[in-house]
Design a protein around this ligand. Structure first.
Ligand code: WTA
Length: 655
């Protein structure tokens, strides 16, 4: 039974998932991180734990103080000096690992490059000299707007080598999004490409830069990589081809000793309203946090082939395609394209080709594969995999089980990792050789991280109930602020619950203390005074054998305040009928209780998503309430809303 909700602003915990998966014995036997004592050790003295983690890096000068905490402003490894590119490249080459592969890069059209640590270092040094030749100095901001080609991490590392913070703008963003970010960061240079490949088409990037620069004033030069060879305009004196600039440079460029707290990069997150926030990350704490978590959570070993199937334009790519893996000297796969081109087996083909052992992807991709069916994965040998991970959204238990069964061959631990652009690093996740997992739960805060679930007054909620997720102690990779706006930083993250960091997510804990993320609290629905999370109802829908993906929103209702409106994508071979709509409504009532029964179910071939794959419930709410659509600029596919609006069918409440 749902707990009483009247007057209590808690999110209810309704959905129960009882399957458990202990870590496989052979996985435990081979892991460096199999001793649960690490949790108690880190909790007893988190600063000592994080100091030990920082020793994995090369410091030009060691820090004096591990943490200075003047809430909500943190400084980590104060007084320490280091360089990120040096830690990601030089020290591996100096240790004799120059021939180790840093990236197996695979282009969408099927072209491929193998790049060793020595290759990467050489290109980064020349690129760093190229930036210097254009007048870029320590502290200057560089905007990067590129497809997923090797020059993208090269450009980022070249910036870090000379101490110029970068701001990577995802290549799918429009010229106006690019202009906003350039203006906020006051970037001096843009590094881009003529275009990139997406589903077999060359799409333009440089043309968007040209449009953006009409409304910016800070940019002095545009460096352009030739990727597609498409026709582009060139502005004499401003624009320079990468190939006319970089290969001509001196081979060596010293790595600038940076202060631990110097800015490493800005990455913009689009808030639901208002202007995007420039999330500010610094050097020593960030690199420590991403390197440590990349090794611990993925159980990284020397011979692993690791692949994060994400875009470097998102924080997942920054932390777990570029900085974490390179700091650890890992061998990664980097892929330019989408999962469905030329066919739905492209990713599985890549895993087979490179014998990938560790793979990391978003729940939205897993649900898309689930919709297509397992035959694509079954056509490939995925037996090299030994661990599989997810990030970006709550993963529905059924999608988790599908991933575990069809991709992980029932032998791979699944790490469901909760974190944010703002946290910089993974915060809540299984430790794969320690934690018994439950499908749909990110399990526990990792060693060295302290979290809680609280009520609206900030009091800890008992196990078995829901509320607001908070983080209780500073952590090394945390954001240091919103660029140029300390007040907004305080107001956004630290004012809701004084002294606690509030990420904006709802969460419940079960009786055993497992954390179950419930989605953004902005999306919570209030039905007859019960505060219901979108995630649990969506998971109940996805648990029905006909359903591949679902999104629910609240629709104003005279009787109940809000009523639940469900958008449902069925699996490929299923016919969406009105009877099925009724059946799904009953199914939800059966699985989690009558209070959660959707009032309406609408079948749709697609859902509006951001370009990083998160469902935009705000737009669905506009559709469900027949109001004009709000801001659609971050929508991945602008046509999808029309498709949904024109495909109205499903089951309505008639009882
Ligand atoms: C959501 C992505 C549940 C959450 C790294 C968070 C998740 C937001 C998970 C951050 C997860 C991310 N389970 N929810 N494993 N991972 N989220 O900044 O709402 O793109 O606040 O960072 O995604 O998204 P961002």
């Amino acid at each position: 039974m749902p707990e009483a909700a009247a007057g209590q602003e808690n999110i209810e915990a309704l959905y129960a998932e009882n399957r458990t998966f202990p870590p496989p014995a052979d996985f435990v036997a081979g892991s460096k991180y199999a001793d649960p004592a690490v949790y108690a050790e880190a909790a007893a003295d988190p600063e000592a734990f994080w100091a030990k983690q920082a020793e994995r890096l090369d410091w030009f000068q060691k820090w004096d103080t591990v943490l200075e905490w003047d809430a909500p402003f943190a400084k980590w490894y104060v007084g320490g000096k280091l360089n990120v590119a040096h830690n990601c490249l030089d020290r591996h080459v100096a240790a004799g690992n120059g021939d180790r592969v840093a990236y197996y890069w695979e282009g969408e059209p099927g072209d491929a490059r193998t790049i060793t640590y020595a290759d990467l270092l050489a290109e980064v040094e020349q690129t760093a000299n190229a930036l210097k030749s254009l007048g870029v100095k320590k502290g200057d901001r560089v905007a990067i707007y590129m497809p997923m080609i090797p020059e993208l991490p090269v450009a980022m590392l070249a910036c870090t080598r000379i101490g110029a913070p970068h701001t990577v703008v995802f290549g799918g963003f429009s010229s106006s999004a690019l202009a906003d970010r350039i203006n906020d960061a006051q970037a001096k240079i843009v590094i881009t490409a003529d275009g990139g490949y997406r589903r077999g088409q060359a799409s333009g990037l440089k043309p968007n830069v040209d449009v953006a620069l009409a409304s910016t004033e800070s940019i002095e030069h545009v460096v352009v990589v030739k990727r597609t060879g498409q026709e582009i305009d060139f502005v004499e004196g401003r624009d320079i081809w990468w190939h006319d600039l970089v290969p001509q440079q001196e081979a060596s460029c010293p790595a600038e000793p940076m202060d631990s707290e110097d800015m490493l990069y800005l990455l913009y997150t689009s808030g639901t309203t208002a202007k995007p926030k420039g999330i500010l990350h610094t050097t020593g704490g960030y690199l420590t946090g991403v390197a440590a978590t990349h090794e611990m959570i993925f159980d990284l070993k020397e011979d692993d082939i690791y692949w994060a199937a994400a875009d470097i334009g998102w924080v997942t790519g920054h932390s777990y395609i570029v900085y974490g893996p390179l700091a650890n000297g890992a061998t990664s796969v980097m892929y330019e394209g989408t999962p469905d081109f030329p066919d739905w087996d492209r990713w599985w083909e890549i895993i087979e080709k490179y014998k990938v052992t560790l793979v990391y992807m978003a729940p939205t991709a897993i649900r898309a594969h689930m919709k297509q069916g397992a035959q694509h994965a079954e056509a490939h040998d995925l037996s090299s995999l030994r661990l599989i991970g997810t990030v970006g959204e709550p993963i529905n238990p059924e999608a988790w089980v599908w991933y575990h069964t069809h991709i992980g061959g029932e032998r791979c631990p699944v790490v469901d990792t909760w974190w944010q652009t703002e946290t910089g690093m993974i915060m809540i996740s299984p430790m794969p050789a320690i934690t018994t997992t439950k499908p749909g739960s990110a399990t526990f805060p990792i060693p060295g991280v302290e979290a809680d679930v609280v009520d609206s007054d900030g009091n800890s909620r008992p196990l078995g109930s829901g509320g607001y997720l908070v983080l209780k102690k500073p952590w090394p990779a945390m954001l240091r602020g919103i660029y140029g706006d300390p007040e907004r930083y305080k107001a956004t993250y630290w004012s809701r619950f004084p002294g606690l960091y509030f990420p904006g997510d709802g969460c419940k804990r079960d009786e055993a203390g497992y954390y179950w993320l419930l989605g953004r609290v902005d999306d919570v629905m209030n039905v007859s005074g019960h505060r219901l999370s979108t995630t649990e109802i969506e998971s109940a829908l996805v648990a029905h054998p006909a359903v591949a993906e679902a999104a629910v929103v609240g629709q104003p209702d005279e009787v109940t305040g809000e009523a639940i409106f469900a958008f449902v994508i069925v699996k490929k071979e299923i016919e969406p009928t009105d009877e099925l709509g009724q059946e799904l409504r009953k199914h939800v009532a059966r699985v989690i209780g009558p209070i959660a029964r959707p009032k309406s179910v609408m079948f749709t071939p697609d859902l509006p998503k951001t370009r990083s794959g998160k469902i935009m419930r705000r737009l669905l709410k506009d559709i469900a309430t027949n109001r004009p659509l709000g801001d659609t600029t971050t929508l991945a596919d602008a046509g999808v809303v029309d498709i949904i609006q024109s495909s109205a069918r499903g089951g309505k409440d008639d009882d």
